[in-house]
Design a binder for this molecule. Structure first.
Ligand SMILES: Cc1cc2nc3c(=O)[nH]c(=O)nc-3n(C[C@H](O)[C@H](O)[C@H](O)COP(=O)(O)OP(=O)(O)OC[C@H]3O[C@@H](n4cnc5c(N)ncnc54)[C@H](O)[C@@H]3O)c2cc1C
Length: 423
């Protein structure tokens, strides 16, 4: 099944790609073949890097086109270092927003506390990008153009369903948008298919042990609301509320990106929009208006982590959220997706025979898990303190946020945030 594994020989030349990485271009009869499930940030960056290294790459994505959903994500620490190293930083920087502050507001829209973003960014070495999730995915798509023409093929509308691991290769069944099953085979399978990864389920077993629900849900959607946009430019607006928080941000084009974090309750409606309206109505005129405009099926998922003992089995490896989700509230999902993809590709780019893949994946898994575990500890702390459960908790958060703007307390708090997140 594996072309290279059947005795094909590598003849290759090294060339220095325009981004400074060594790209290997196979000139012989066979190139190693990778199958990536998930065209999110992790899958796309891995595809680019493997394409640059001379692999032949197929990416399967169940959505019919790039997904437009998602909120603002901070991008710094390991993601920034990796993005600079592999040459995708300029694509990301182009799409970034300039944030001045995170502002908590009461029901009337008056600020109750404010966190200065510039100081936070300064202490992180000035290298914090704020990116809308779909913009980040688009940046990764544009960066794919650096890989040699034809080396990476994107298959939208393909949902991976079954995996058959062979001793030296992997076969995978995917349903296309017409319901037809197509089989793909490759030397390497990368499961970059997110929190509820089908590859993880198929290769490592059901989720029960590894998906750690942090007790919250988060929903995100984008609406056209120039009025609210004008008041929420350059700052994250967050409701200063008990047990739930609605956040919104004004995008460049007049739209508003919304993030709603809450605890599910027994008897909650099945329909996500109805559920959000139940939890968030009454938090002020702006939030009520954003709920009115909420699409019927916004992104709405559990806030959870994926904790795996190892990330690889044979020729299959998990990447990004699929193997090590840190949770949406850790703010590091995108950063770790880029850094993990760069690290994985670096572990594979010098291989000359598919037989070496399992050992390379095991090495990647052991190294990468150290970074993931550190970020997950931060993610658990962020989730535990994100939603104050009582009025006393709310007042405490207000006090901490206000304190963070009083030198030198701001430096202490910001340094602590940066030190944990930037590892
Ligand atoms: C719609 C959406 C909105 C999000 N919003 C936010 C946000 O606001 N803030 C935040 O911090 N994080 C958000 N996240 C999570 C964030 O994107 C990730 O933490 C981070 O980017 C790591 O990305 P990833 O590539 O590992 O996984 P993901 O971004 O989850 O990408 C996984 C991809 O795999 C695809 N996929 C899943 N199953 C299959 C299958 N069986 N076959 C084929 N393809 C499949 C999915 O459609 C998706 O495109 C969101 C994720 C999604 C999917």
């Amino acid at each position: 099944m594996s072309h290279c594994g059947l005795g094909g020989r590598w003849t290759r030349r090294q060339r220095r790609a325009k981004n400074g990485t060594i790209a290997r271009v196979a000139e012989g009869r066979c190139r190693m073949r990778a199958l990536i499930v998930g065209a999110g940030i992790a899958g796309l960056v891995a595809a680019r890097q493997l394409g640059l290294a001379g692999w032949s790459v197929d990416v399967l994505e169940r959505a019919p086109e790039p997904r437009p959903e998602g909120y603002m994500m901070d991008f710094f620490g390991p993601g920034v270092r990796a993005a600079e190293r592999i040459g995708i930083y300029p694509y990301l920087a182009q799409a970034a927003y300039r944030i001045e502050a995170a502002a908590y507001v009461d029901h009337e829209g008056r600020e109750t506390a404010r966190l200065d973003y510039a100081r936070f960014s300064q202490l992180a070495g000035g290298n914090v990008l704020s990116l809308l999730r779909p913009d980040m995915e688009n940046a990764a798509l544009r960066a794919l153009g650096d890989a040699p023409a034809g080396s990476v093929r994107l298959h939208y509308g393909h949902r991976a369903s079954r995996v058959a691991q062979q001793p030296r290769s992997v076969a995978l069944a995917a349903k296309d948008r017409h319901g037809e099953t197509r089989w793909f085979d490759a030397d390497l399978l990368i499961g970059a298919d997110g929190l509820h990864s089908a590859v993880r389920g198929a290769v490592f077993g059901p989720d029960s042990g590894c998906l750690r629900d942090l007790g919250l849900r988060a929903a995100a959607y984008i609406v056209d609301e120039p009025g609210i946009n004008a008041g929420a430019r350059n700052r994250f607006v967050l409701t200063d509320s008990v047990g739930r928080t609605a956040g919104y941000y004004g995008l460049h084009d007049g739209r508003v990106a919304c993030l709603l974090v809450y605890r599910a309750l027994p008897g909650d409606p099945q329909n996500a929009r109805d559920r959000l309206r139940r939890h968030f109505t009454g938090l002020g005129a702006a939030v009520d208006r954003l709920l009115e405009l909420c699409p019927e099926e916004p992104y709405d998922d559990v806030v959870a982590q994926v904790v795996m003992p190892r990330l690889s089995r044979g020729n299959t490896v998990l990447l990004g959220d699929a193997g090590g989700a840190v949770s949406l509230l850790a703010g590091q999902g995108g950063s770790l997706a880029v850094a993990g993809a760069a690290e994985l590709a670096a572990s594979l780019e010098h291989l000359e025979d598919p037989e070496w893949i399992p050992a390379a994946l095991a090495g990647f898994s052991a190294r990468w898990q150290v970074t993931v575990r550190t970020a997950q500890a931060t993610g658990r702390r962020a989730a535990a303190s994100f939603l104050p459960a009582t009025r006393a908790g709310l007042l405490l958060r207000r006090w901490v946020v206000r304190g963070s703007n009083v030198p030198p307390i701001d430096r202490l708090i910001a340094r602590r945030i940066v030190a944990t997140l930037a590892k």
